[in-house]
Design a protein around this ligand. Sequence first.
Ligand code: FMN
Length: 373
Amino acid sequence: MKNTFGNAITLTLFGESHGQAIGAVLDGIAPGLEVNLDYIKEKLALRRPSGTISTARVEGDEFEIVSGVFNGYTTGTPLTLLIKNTNTISGDYLDFKDLPRPSHADYTANCKYHGYQDYRGGGHFSGRLTAAIVGACAILQYALEKAGIIIGTHICNMQNIKDSDFTDYTQVANMRNRQFPTITEEAEKQMKELIESVAKEGDSVGGILETCVLGVPVGLGEPWFDTLDGMLSHALFSIPAVKAVEFGAGVTFNYLTGSKANDQFVTDGKTVFTKGNSNGGINGGISNGMPLIFRCTVKPTPSIYKEQDTVRLSTMQAEKLQIKGRHDPAIIHRARAVVDAMTAFVIADMLTVRFGTDTMAEAINSIKNAKKN
Ligand SMILES: Cc1cc2nc3c(=O)[nH]c(=O)nc-3n(C[C@H](O)[C@H](O)[C@H](O)COP(=O)(O)O)c2cc1C
């Protein structure tokens, strides 16, 4: 099992959904980064369920930073963020060890860990652990924002409902604090209606998140194997329920010829830009200075209340599964906070790899200097 990710900076994740606590350790981060507790709380609030379109399991997500921060700044030593679990009803989940939920990790975890895994509420494989990712990476996200690197994500598609595309930088920045992030109000209304209607049927729905990252300097990414798109994909695919990742024109490159697909170079005499951005800001695995654009497809929540087929593992007999417990009819709006957090992590890591393995503060200063040159 690999619960640590990253090169110059590493993120280690631990805990179980219904255990004592979940948490994350960030190692390799710079000393001297400001730790803004309100900012961390805001990001956690974006991931938390809320309103009629979400699960009734609302955790307070009260976090403690138990190491690596002193007098409001990072010390440069391992930073541990801990979130205690308070709102757990394990009885609702007891059957899943023997009656695995289709499309969840119950069956695969049981096979891999020979029944020793903590299966309560999905255990270590629950979406609950993403709260620790969001909390810890918010520290990096805040540092990046201060260096002018802005990450914004919206729900661009939910079945046939389409939000409008990002057309200006303000829209990207505006998405950061939207609980249900769509550019148009009409898309938000229609998507929420769809979620409510599938919820009434005891069903669930997924969708596509589109992320734009502004202010990324040229030169991030380590070909061949730690390319920027490769590292981002690795990070994004670690988010439970993310089933596809594409950059720029992505799968629609299939329909384009080279003359339409190529992002032609232009200049204002000082900087090189591209006319379009079909490549999503990455060429050869290296950032080209244009906004990063990528999309993650999030599948429908596996735990649905409709009756489903499963197998009782202890007797190997077919059985019907009727899920109880508290589950979201859609998780896409909550997954957005996790996508932003993992994106911040990868950019901070790749910046540190490129501009200085010791300090991200140095990396941030280097971007500011590089922008001046
Ligand atoms: C923020 C977030 C919350 C989630 N909440 C739930 C949930 O309440 N019920 C559920 O069945 N799956 C939930 N999931 C999805 C499952 O964790 C995920 O589908 C499962 O671990 C299997 O992994 P896979 O979909 O990547 O194969 C959530 C995912 C995220 C990112």
